[in-house]
Design a protein. Structure first.
Length: 298
């Protein structure tokens, strides 16, 4: 039997100072014969963040303004075996400066050009600030998916889906963390065949009716779709219409995610429920198979 090999070292690690106290770290995913379980982000050789194996970016906060920060990233496989650390990347956070509450102006002239089926290049005109722009954040819909330094007026996005329509905006941030209004929107559709409704759906969805003294609840449990990053938001559809948006405010559950919601006090009511995930590229994945429950039959 072949020995268990550790994951490869992450490549393409970049670190961008988002503000005087935060840095956005990104990397390319490692490979492993048994799958990457999670990544460790190290600052000066000390672990400061752990993220799931499907994620390849993270914001490191509470840093000291005006200091050099040196980051590395390493992967761990499903048995906890650590791979080698990536190459070191360094970035210096800007000085905090005087008290600043005025945000930069919105970036102008945003354009988007598809680079095949899975990539795009964005360009824009620089924003203006009373001090300086520290970084630009790229959004797809309402989801932040990329960051570049304040000296940049372009970004290359990867990990997109073929044949998918995208709507991008860009916001500027200064060293104090003030965020500008969004730029005008730029739209594009990646080449190739694809269907947002067909893939990346949650799996193993179960729906169970439960009675309490207050009335009836539906308990949901599911497994998140495998994507290029962490899934933090879901749309739950009840009886053919959107019922609620679920956003994880803290740590995303490992394994099966669970959610409970109230559906009324009447017995014998049939409900249909399904859900879909907002993917790391900012688009919605496909809906899970629909489940049917009847109140009072639990």
């Amino acid at each position: 039997m072949e020995p268990d090999r550790p994951p490869t070292a992450p490549t393409g690690v970049t670190a961008v100072a988002s503000s005087a106290t935060s840095v956005h770290v990104m990397w390319n995913q490692s490979t492993d014969d048994k799958g990457v379980r999670h990544y460790e982000v190290l600052l000066g050789g000390k672990k400061v963040k752990e993220v799931p194996g499907e994620r390849h970016m993270v914001d490191i906060t509470d840093l000291t303004p005006g200091t050099k920060q040196v980051f590395t990233v390493r992967a761990l496989d499903s048995e906890g075996k650590k791979g080698p650390a990536s190459k070191r990347v360094s970035v210096t956070t800007p000085e905090q400066g005087k008290e600043d509450t005025r945000p930069p102006t919105a970036p102008a002239g945003l354009t988007a050009e598809a680079g095949g089926s899975r990539a795009a290049t964005l360009t824009w005109k620089a924003a203006e600030d009373d001090d300086a722009v520290a970084s630009y954040d790229v959004y797809q819909g309402g989801s932040k998916i990329h960051s570049v330094g304040g000296e940049s007026t372009s970004a290359v996005l990867t990990g997109l889906r073929p044949g998918t329509a995208y709507r991008f905006t860009v916001k500027a941030r200064d060293a104090a963390g003030n965020t500008s209004p969004a730029s005008p929107e730029a739209r594009l559709t990646t080449t190739g065949k694809g269907s947002p409704e067909a893939g990346a759906a949650p799996t193993e969805l179960t729906a169970t009716a439960r009675r309490t003294d207050e009335g009836h609840y539906i308990d949901l449990a599911w497994v998140a779709p495998r994507t290029g990053g962490e899934v933090t938001e879901y749309q739950i559809r009840l009886d053919g219409k959107q019922d609620t948006s679920l956003v994880w405010g803290g740590k995303v559950p490992e394994g099966k995610a669970k959610y409970t919601f109230f559906v009324g006090k009447e017995d014998g009511v049939e409900h249909r429920v399904k859900l879909r995930a907002k993917l790391p590229d900012g688009t919605w994945g496909g809906f899970s198979p629909e489940r049917t429950v009847v109140t009072g039959e639990e």
